[in-house]
Design a protein around this ligand. Structure first.
Ligand SMILES: [Zn+2]
Length: 295
């Protein structure tokens, strides 16, 4: 067990990066996937089909989001996987892509990469495989992006994660959620996952340990930055442990976010199977730490 988890020598990969990348390719082939679009519906169908192929049930949570374009119907896809412990850990990624009027935006990294990793995690913990150490909630959220071409609007963004917090409050289930880990823009060939400044300290340190175990600590947490993203509604709701794995230097030097961020250049060729695999392996390796160390 220790050897398999990389006690010494080169750590053994856990996930198959090529399979992660193949999921992202399918999403990119669909084309743009903004909220309330045929592309978003096709993306949900792909996600649900993959979850079913792994032996899991999934649920669609529908909600109406107030946006700069008026009320937009949105849908989160949620999948629960029973674990050794009833402690619930939500792995969250957005599947919507930002809507642009003047170019085709396929969001390989931003809207695609996190989905690719979570779907392979679903297969890794698929039917007939060992249970995860904690109960997993895979949450594919809609409406992370601001709904029109303004770069960002604090009132019109993070719709899916806010709707999930509201659902948990409404159903009085918020207290059962132990930890939230968001994945966003995790596929860049030149991987540089930052530490978001508001992540909780314990989960951050467990993630750093996991990155060392994976054998590529230089690609993780070399910098700390304040990032507005889907982890924040959960932080505001006082979920005990919250963190975000995001690489916000996407491409060679450029403006905030990197040269490829929110451009027509966010395409599959900018990603690597290895980066997706590394992030997925860090996620899998942090789960037993959450199971053992959280009260
Ligand atoms: Zn984005």
């Amino acid at each position: 067990m220790t050897a398999a988890l990389g006690g010494c020598g080169t750590p053994k990969p856990i996930l198959d990066g090529d399979k992660c990348l193949a999921h992202v390719r399918k999403l990119v082939e669909i084309g743009p996937r903004p909220s309330n679009s045929p592309g978003a519906e096709k993306a949900r169908a792909y996600i649900a089909a993959q979850l079913e192929a792994a032996g899991h049930k999934s649920t669609e949570d529908r909600f109406a989001a107030q946006t700069v374009r008026g009320i937009v119907p949105m849908v989160n896809v949620r999948c629960e996987i029973d674990g050794e412990s009833p402690k619930v850990v939500a792995l969250v990624t957005h599947y919507d892509t930002k809507r642009f009027a003047d170019f085709v935006f396929v969001g390989a990294n931003d809207g695609g990469s996190g989905v690719g990793v979570l779907l392979e995690i679903a297969h890794y913990f698929g039917k007939g495989r060992p249970k995860p150490p904690v109960t997993l909630r895979l949450l594919f959220v809609d409406g992370e992006e601001t709904q029109w071409s303004v770069q960002w609007n604090d009132q019109d963004s993070l719709h899916g994660s806010r709707a999930e917090v509201e659902r948990l409050q409404r159903e009085k289930k918020l207290a059962s959620l132990a930890a939230v880990l968001v994945l966003d823009m995790v596929g860049d060939k030149d991987l540089d996952i930052l530490r978001v400044s508001d992540a909780t300290p314990a989960l951050s340190s467990w993630l750093e340990e996991a990155a060392k175990e994976v054998g590529s600590p230089e690609k993780f947490f070399q910098r700390i930055e304040a990032i507005t993203d889907d982890h924040q509604p959960f932080l505001a709701a006082q979920v005990p442990e919250v963190a975000n794995l995001i690489d916000f230097r996407y491409g060679p030097s450029g403006p905030t976010g990197g040269k490829y961020w929110h451009t027509a250049e966010d395409t599959l060729d900018k990603l690597s199977a290895e980066s997706l695999r590394l992030v997925g392996d860090v996620v899998i390796r942090v789960l037993p730490k959450i199971a053992e160390r959280m009260r």
